[in-house]
Design a protein around this ligand. Structure first.
Ligand code: ZN
Ligand code: ZN
Length: 170
């Protein structure tokens, strides 16, 4: 393929963002995200604080088949949550770093942005569960923030909502 030809075979091909890559601390698990996330959550809930041992978690919401694992196989760990439900956290079998989570729907992954090679390449689209936000964390005025959760129908771009519907087969 010459440089002037497009990857998708059409004469005009819209520019594709460079795929993001990431992985665990020991390097056994490596992944590539083949498209932009549908939406980016910054969650300040007590579960996320406990799981990360930190102030919040940053999750990229993405279809499972758009996360290409090209090294290693993260292992599922069932983790109890305060509401009585469980969440499945997928960890590197060697260094145990948490790479992504599932919340009952395997078609959608919550990829932990801190495992990206360049975590600065994404920013939260929404802050959720700010009722338990640590008081010294100051949020930008420009990003929507909610005490609890929010309505994805009003906040997500149409394209992302279509992707979610397709992923969930609805
Ligand atoms: Zn590892
Ligand atoms: Zn949370």
């Amino acid at each position: 393929m010459s440089a002037s030809e497009s990857a998708c075979g059409y004469e005009y091909c819209p520019p594709v963002a460079v795929a993001r890559e990431g992985g665990c601390s020991c390097g056994a698990v490596r992944y590539r995200l083949t498209s932009e996330p549908m939406f980016v959550h910054c969650c300040h809930c007590l579960n996320c604080q406990r799981q990360t041992g930190s102030a919040f978690v940053i999750n990229l919401l993405l279809e499972a088949d758009r996360m290409e694992l090209f090294a290693g196989e993260p292992q599922p760990v069932e983790v109890p949550r305060d509401d009585g439900s469980t969440q499945t956290i997928f960890r590197c079998p060697s260094c145990q770093v948490a790479v992504y989570s599932e919340y009952g729907r395997p078609a959608v992954r919550f990829v932990r942005a801190g495992t990206l090679d360049e975590p600065s390449s994404v920013a939260p689209d929404v802050h959720i569960f700010t009722r338990s936000k640590l008081p010294w964390v100051t949020l930008p005025e420009s990003t929507p923030a909610f005490d609890l959760y929010y309505d994805s129908k009003t906040l997500w771009p149409a394209e992302s909502r279509q992707r979610l519907d397709a992923a969930l087969g609805r």
